[in-house]
Design a protein around this ligand. Structure first.
Ligand SMILES: NC(=O)c1ccc[n+]([C@@H]2O[C@H](COP(=O)([O-])OP(=O)(O)OC[C@H]3O[C@@H](n4cnc5c(N)ncnc54)[C@H](OP(=O)(O)O)[C@@H]3O)[C@@H](O)[C@H]2O)c1
Length: 300
């Protein structure tokens, strides 16, 4: 029997990949758009869980505008903390398991090694604070909740770093990218595939099972934003790859402070779930191939 899945989010990078890949997995997935479940109204959105009575809920929608969250903090908190808490309570009362996504921005980026799920958190910006509060509310309310922290999410769709870099290369001007922030790029497709591959196990697992709690998922390998940009250009443009100059975070001020090293350690996730995230360059090559195929089908 297919696992009955209720997903919040239809248009985001991860949401789209979940919807796209669901037919290849043993799940019956219903995805709710913002119009159908606005997380800015947490109790109303949470009522959707009781209405649908799913076995598994995937909360893929979130307030993700990191800089804007510094000023829209009330809304960001409602969407990223209060709504996940309300949805987690609804999951607990109807017996559904919950998958919720969080971020490397719960850390301050001062640790020299990669962050383990149990490491001390200390967000540097409002977005990270709201996501951390969301984690806590989810874990407090629902004993069968999996919180997946991820980082530097990219895909062929939506607004993301890969698409920004390709646009800049097309414009032909000098390109300078931050070289003192490090992380693990993550393909939304790989993250979605991981979640869907575990749907049956999550739906069946009891409270206390190691699949629940906080886990980290990211593609393998760490890099700087500049290294990531160079990877995009080498794979997309080969010999035509533009030079990528280095710039320091301090020379490119933004409203929200970012952690310098948000590198996530995924070894516990790999052991518990029996998965091995592939290198970020391999995932990136697939994204670029998809973008190229789309461009050939619909030349601008
Ligand atoms: N992107 C990253 O680099 C990154 C890094 C670490 C963690 N994460 C986490 O990973 C998860 C998925 O991120 P993503 O990259 O897929 O995000 P995304 O592409 O920015 O999409 C965000 C989604 O949330 C929806 N949304 C925003 N406000 C909403 C509201 N009030 N009610 C209902 N839906 C709302 C958006 O809908 P509309 O289209 O209607 O706006 C969109 O579908 C999030 O929890 C995020 O915090 C992301």
């Amino acid at each position: 029997m297919s696992v009955r899945v209720l997903q919040f989010g239809t248009t985001g990078q991860v949401s789209r990949e979940l919807i796209r890949q669901a037919p290849a997995h043993d799940v019956a997935l219903t995805a709710l758009s913002r119009a159908e479940a606005d997380l800015a109204d947490p109790e109303r959105a949470a009522r959707k869980v009781a209405e649908h009575r799913p076995e598994l809920v995937i909360l893929a929608a979130a307030y993700t505008a990191v800089d804007l969250a510094e000023t829209e903090t009330v809304l960001a908190r409602r969407v990223n903390a209060e709504a996940p808490g309300a949805i987690a309570r609804a999951c607990a009362s109807c017996g559904a398991a919950l998958v919720h996504f969080s971020t490397d921005y719960v850390f301050d980026g001062t640790k020299a090694q990669a962050y383990l799920p149990g490491d001390a958190t200390h967000p540097l910006n409002a977005y990270g604070e709201t996501k951390l509060e969301g984690e806590r509310r989810v874990l407090d309310a629902c004993p069968r909740a999996l919180v997946i922290r991820t980082s530097w999410v990219v895909s062929a769709h939506g607004r993301n770093f890969v698409k920004t870099m390709l646009r800049l290369a097309g414009e032909g001007g000098p390109i300078r990218v931050v070289d003192d922030q490090f992380g693990r790029p993550t393909s939304a497709a790989d993250l979605a595939g991981f979640v869907l591959s575990q749907a049956g196990r999550l739906a069946d697992a009891r409270a206390g099972d190691p699949v629940f709690g906080v886990h980290h998922f990211a593609n393998a390998g760490e890099t700087s934003w500049r290294g990531f940009a160079q990877g995009v250009f080498e794979l997309a443009l080969g010999d035509q790859a533009p030079e990528v100059g280095a710039i320091a975070t301090a020379d490119r001020p933004s409203p929200a402070t970012r952690p310098a090293r948000g590198v996530l350690d995924t070894s516990a996730t790999e052991a518990v779930f029996g998965v091995a995230p592939r290198p970020w360059r391999a995932a990136l090559a697939d994204i670029l191939a998809e973008l190229k195929a789309e461009q050939e089908t619909n030349p601008a």
